[in-house]
Write a protein that binds this ligand. Structure first.
Ligand SMILES: O=C(O)CCC(=O)C(=O)O
Length: 277
């Protein structure tokens, strides 16, 4: 049933994408060029997006939170610490720390200027862009990361991954993306259909993809990688002793035609409540 829902939802999303195939664009030459690249590939790297001092500060606060809370918990200020599959070491992402609403615990995150990102996203979608949440991921020797997948089929979510530590090679578990898989992708329809007959997989897992289009996002502390989460992606497994700390800004593309599921509505409500504080 979920498989059918996903396919219908993706067909509808691709129809919305078609309606907005060439929206009006604005901004400097650099913004226009970055917009073009993200639109084409579904992923874009912007080097040195934040400076080392800010990256170091946020990283050390993330690690301090992790040291203070070695088990999943929700803090009074709204920050949540989720050690994925903390009691199931064989399941995917086991032990990876995903901190939600991290901006409630690290106020300096508000120094990050998101206006260029929002303009780029408006340029490529022609729709309303809503910043919905900020997370941090802390991966320390996480080997069993989830296979290639899409986050959802609708609405479109973009995630901007800001590396807070150097990710110089694949041993460190970089973000990985299949370029041009973010819309009108035959591979995604195929996987969504086939997963109806593969009970061991999640409905949005993507075992079949174009290997020639895979990009491993190697980068330095302070670099930003933004990608369309309707595209096929994963975090690569790490080698023992390797660490990666990332800040993730999530943006929702909201069309009047979008079907907004429960989680999407909750995210919008939470982000509006926070903006009003
Ligand atoms: O950890 C990563 O690099 C990617 C995680 C992921 O798949 C996601 O945030 O959707």
């Amino acid at each position: 049933m979920q498989g059918i829902k996903n396919i219908v939802s993706l067909l509808w999303q691709d129809f919305i994408n078609l309606l907005h195939i060439s929206p009006r664009k604005s901004g400097s030459d650099e913004i226009l060029s970055l917009s073009k690249q993200l639109n084409q590939d579904g992923i874009l790297r912007i080097p040195e997006f934040i400076d080392d001092t800010l990256a170091d500060h946020i990283r050390s606060e993330v690690e301090a939170l992790a040291d203070k809370h070695p088990r999943s918990t929700a803090l009074e200020n709204g920050t949540t610490l989720n050690y994925r599959n903390q009691d199931n070491p064989d399941r995917s992402d086991a032990g990876m720390l995903d901190i939600g609403y991290i901006e409630h615990s690290i106020p300096e995150i508000s120094q990050i200027d998101q206006s260029d990102l929002i303009q780029i996203l408006q340029n490529i979608t022609g729709q309303e862009i809503i910043p919905i949440k900020v997370n941090a991921y802390l991966n320390r020797g996480i080997k069993n990361t989830r296979m290639y997948h899409v986050d959802n089929t609708q609405p479109v979510i973009y995630k901007a991954f800001i590396y807070l530590t150097d990710v110089p090679n694949t041993d460190y578990g970089p973000y990985s993306f299949v370029k041009r898989s973010h819309r009108f992708s035959g591979a995604i329809y195929w996987n969504l259909f086939m997963n109806m007959f593969r009970p061991s997989l999640n409905s949005t897992d993507m075992p079949v993809y174009n290997k020639r289009q895979v990009m491993h996002a190697i980068g330095k502390k302070g670099d930003l990688i933004i990608s369309n989460q309707n595209g096929i992606h994963r975090g690569l497994p790490q080698k023992d002793g390797k660490k990666r700390v990332v800040l993730i800004l999530s943006f929702m593309v909201k069309s009047k035609l979008s079907y907004l599921h429960k989680a999407a509505k909750e995210n919008i409500a939470k982000s509006k409540a926070y903006a009003m504080q």
